[in-house]
Design a protein around this ligand. Structure first.
Ligand SMILES: Cc1cc2nc3c(=O)[nH]c(=O)nc-3n(C[C@H](O)[C@H](O)[C@H](O)COP(=O)(O)O)c2cc1C
Length: 280
């Protein structure tokens, strides 16, 4: 079959998912000579727009793992706004070198319910957004592997003559499973649902970079004080902390810090990416 358009859709507050989604999309596009279009779902307005794909488009959809599933405030946008029409898709999740558990299964299930035929999938370990594990990933080799995976998927798609040769890929996990409960080093639950970064008003220069980076639109610069204020929901994605050059933002919530400590003492080991290829 001929693919006329490659579409990359990703939510990627700290850029790992974006890098890998684009690498897979480039691999596919190299086979069909298509341009890559992309939708950056870190922008709240982007997530509210319907995106409807035909069967000559290949969609590469990348999401990070949060608590063993897809981020719970982002995932509903997939079901509400991403629509396929027997559109072939590649599902990709990244995770912070702890475990991806059910996130890939959830992504595949949500896309499949919405008219996509998910022909291939991958779960790729990366640096953790807020814990020092998996540092340096994705490496150059991770990016090359992702591109080669995209290319192989494209080559197999090019050989498909009849639509019924597009078979949904099987991935491990349960799309309805409960979220992972974050733990403290002593094994008790860490409760930090309401934790938000604290603004150091001496360091904050009111530049507004965090305002633009927050995927929830939850930060504003107070016109009177000239300092950033976090007024809305925080998903702990770390985009604002990464972008803050004066280092004026930090999480100080004791349970959040205890969970970070637990992750760093339990999950150092290198993990291999899991690829679920499209076979015809
Ligand atoms: C709130 C939150 C929860 C997370 N939960 C998990 C998890 O359950 N397992 C895991 O291995 N990594 C977890 N991570 C780490 C991210 O999945 C990982 O760093 C991912 O690559 C981030 O993607 P991004 O760079 O595209 O934002 C979590 C990160 C955040 C912010």
């Amino acid at each position: 079959m001929e693919i006329k358009k490659t579409m990359a859709v990703y939510f990627s507050p700290t850029t790992h998912t974006r890098q890998l989604t684009l690498a897979v999309a480039k691999g596919v596009a190299s086979v069909f000579g298509t341009q890559i279009h992309f939708k950056n779902w870190a922008r709240p307005r982007m997530r509210e727009q319907d995106a409807v794909f035909d069967r000559e488009t290949l969609a590469v959809v990348g999401m990070p793992t949060y608590a063993g599933r897809l981020p719970n405030l982002i995932a509903p946008s997939i079901s509400e706004h991403l629509k396929g029409n027997k559109t072939p898709a590649i599902a990709l999740v990244t995770y912070g070198s702890r475990a991806y558990e059910n996130s890939l299964a959830e992504l595949v299930a949500r896309l499949s319910k919405n008219g996509f035929i998910v022909v291939a999938a991958a779960a790729i370990p990366c640096a953790h957004s807020f814990a020092d594990i998996g540092e340096g990933r994705p490496t150059r080799q991770d990016i090359v592997d992702a591109a080669v995976f995209g290319q192989k998927t494209g080559l197999n798609l090019a050989q498909v003559e009849y639509e019924n040769q597009l078979k949904p890929v099987a991935v491990p996990g349960d799309p309805e499973a409960p979220y992972y409960t974050p733990l403290k080093p002593d094994g008790t639950p860490a409760r930090f649902l309401k934790a938000k970064p604290v603004v150091d008003t001496v360091r904050c220069n009111g530049c507004g970079v965090c305002v633009r980076l927050c995927p929830m639109g939850s930060i504003a610069v107070n016109p009177l004080s000239g300092k950033a204020e976090i007024h809305g929901v925080c998903i702990k994605c770390q985009a604002c902390l990464r972008g803050c050059l004066p280092v004026a933002l930090a999480f100080k919530d004791p349970d959040f810090l205890a969970h970070k400590q637990m992750l760093e003492s339990h999950y150092k080991a290198h993990q291999d990416a899991a690829y679920f290829p499209f076979v015809i």
